[in-house]
Ligand binder design. Structure first.
Ligand code: GDP
Length: 193
């Protein structure tokens, strides 16, 4: 749909949307492409110069349901000033966006709960926003080790278990796809009342 550099330039705040975040190289683009069964939907966000934009994709036939690809951070390469500016835009988006139903936080199963992840969880907590964590690249670990990582992350976030759910995922092996899709469907279905 559109790539927006600031909250002011995002599409009208109507309908329902789910945002994806993850530090760069966590596997966010692969997860978005796998979950939407598209080969290169999220590739646009990797084009140089676009990496710091908030990218909106229509989910389904109209633009009232959206997936939002939030900029990942290649923290090391970004000057401090740019980093702070981006933290401000991200925080603003997460805190003010009324159509935002939930956040999918993508983490490499081998390196979960990075500084970036903790920052995102802090903002979600401030807003009482639901978060679904994908521990991706699960195929890189033996099943026992992957399970162990899952249990450890769940334990660390136990305090927020009403708002935070965690699962194993692999874009490569298509592991956990149905579980993640069910969560997206749930967030993007209009509530009956
Ligand atoms: P992003 O920067 O978070 O969007 O990460 P990408 O989706 O581009 O993935 C970063 C790297 O990890 C790429 O080389 C992917 O091929 C690889 N990758 C992503 N998901 C998986 C996965 O589930 N399993 C494995 N083995 N590799 C993955």
């Amino acid at each position: 749909m559109i790539s927006a550099p600031t909250l002011a330039m995002c599409p009208a705040d109507q309908g329902l949307e789910v945002a994806f975040a993850g530090r760069s190289n966590a596997g966010k683009s692969s997860a978005i492409n796998t979950l939407t069964q598209q080969k290169a939907l999220a590739r646009t966000s990797k084009t140089p110069g676009r990496t710091q934009l908030i990218n909106f994709f229509a989910f389904g036939d109209d633009e009232s349901r959206r997936l939002v690809d939030l900029p990942g951070y290649g923290f090391a390469k970004v000057p401090e000033k740019v980093k702070l500016e981006w933290q401000r835009h991200l925080a603003e988006y997460l805190q003010r966006r009324a159509s935002l139903q939930g956040l999918v936080l993508v983490m490499d199963v081998r390196h979960p709960l990075s500084e970036f992840d903790e920052m995102m969880l802090g903002w979600a907590d401030d807003k009482d926003m639901a978060v679904h964590i994908l521990l991706t690249k699960a195929d890189k670990l033996k099943p026992g080790a992957a399970k162990n990582s899952l249990l450890q992350v769940r334990k660390r976030l136990q305090e927020w278990e009403d708002l935070v759910s965690v699962q194993l995922f692999s874009a490569l092996k298509r592991q956990g796809v149905e579980e993640a899709q069910a969560r997206l469907d749930d967030w993007l279905s209009p509530q009956e009342n």
